[in-house]
Design a protein around this ligand. Structure first.
Ligand code: ADP
Ligand code: MG
Length: 264
């Protein structure tokens, strides 16, 4: 009830989603982050209030340096805010112990980066099963689940390849399978298509969309490519450390294939 009330105050589109029976899975309140380096203070986030619902696919837009990665790192528990709060499933992340945060990172949230970040000396399958080992999955079960995930991303027959033997798009597919290793409910995707050509980038987003629609994974995806936006349910614009706007996709005109093709 609390979340529904907040949603109505913040944004009609979010309230509608709440009425459709979805819960808030991520909530941030007055989230701020400052970086201090050589006496220079950067205000990367200047008070971000946001709500993300279970099962939605939200695209986070914003120019380079606007605070997208910082926002993701706060949500993913990779770094802590200077002030403000992050709630995952309505639990305040700041109240968690180190063990609980490790659990959150290992089981609840999968992370996909622009640069894939695979382990170079491991095969595709080993990259996917390594997080399962951290979660205590038996090796045979891990292999079976790893192969299933590689099949979902279309790379089952390349399970033994190392990253250097794969294209960027294939590496990103492995990274998606790895992010799904422990069946997280949330995938944080930080510009996952930025290093890929348009066609390969779309294939990656379509895999993410499929995980979203078939498995109900909540997807939060930073992008600065307007041609990729037709795939999401909602869009969030971040500028200069603040949320500038949030809109449903059907409230925004998107021309696929056009550069700068988004108008309100
Ligand atoms: P985006 O992902 O939208 O490009 P970031 O969240 O990476 O933006 O960065 C937001 C701002 O914070 C930028 O001005 C960036 O230079 C600064 N910043 C990010 N990380 C650090 C850091 N570790 N130390 C100092 N400044 C940082
Ligand atoms: Mg970034």
């Amino acid at each position: 009830m609390q979340s529904l009330m907040n949603a109505q105050q913040i944004e009609p589109a979010a309230a509608e989603t709440a009425r459709a029976g979805r819960r808030v899975i991520i909530r941030t309140l007055a989230l701020k982050k400052q970086y201090v380096r050589k006496n220079v203070v950067t205000e990367a986030l200047r008070g971000v209030d946001s709500e993300i619902y279970t099962g939605e696919f939200i695209s986070v837009m914003g120019p380079s340096g606007s605070g997208k990665s910082t926002y993701f790192n706060m949500i993913g528990g990779l770094d802590s805010p200077s002030s403000g709060r992050v709630f995952i499933d309505e639990v305040d992340v700041a109240q968690l112990t180190a063990v609980e945060i490790a659990f959150l990172r290992c089981r609840k949230i999968g992370y996909i980066f622009q640069t894939y970040n695979l382990i170079q000396y491991q095969t595709a399958l080993e990259n996917v099963t390594t997080p399962m080992a951290f979660a205590g999955v038996e090796p045979d079960e891990a292999r079976r689940r790893g192969m299933d995930l590689l099949e979902i991303v279309g790379l089952k027959d390349r399970w033994h390849h190392r990253p250097i033997e794969m294209s960027g798009g294939q590496q990103q597919r492995v990274a998606i399978a790895r992010a799904m290793a422990n069946q997280p409910s949330i995938l944080l995707c930080d510009e996952p298509t930025a290093n890929l050509d348009l066609h390969t980038g779309r294939e990656i987003l379509e895999i993410l969309r499929e995980l979203n629609s078939k498995r109900g994974v909540t997807i939060i995806c930073a992008t600065h490519d307007h041609r990729m936006l037709d795939i999401c349910d909602r869009l969030m614009w971040i500028r200069d450390g603040r949320i500038e706007r949030v809109a449903r996709r059907d409230e925004v005109h998107i021309e696929v294939g056009a550069i700068g093709g988004v108008t309100a």
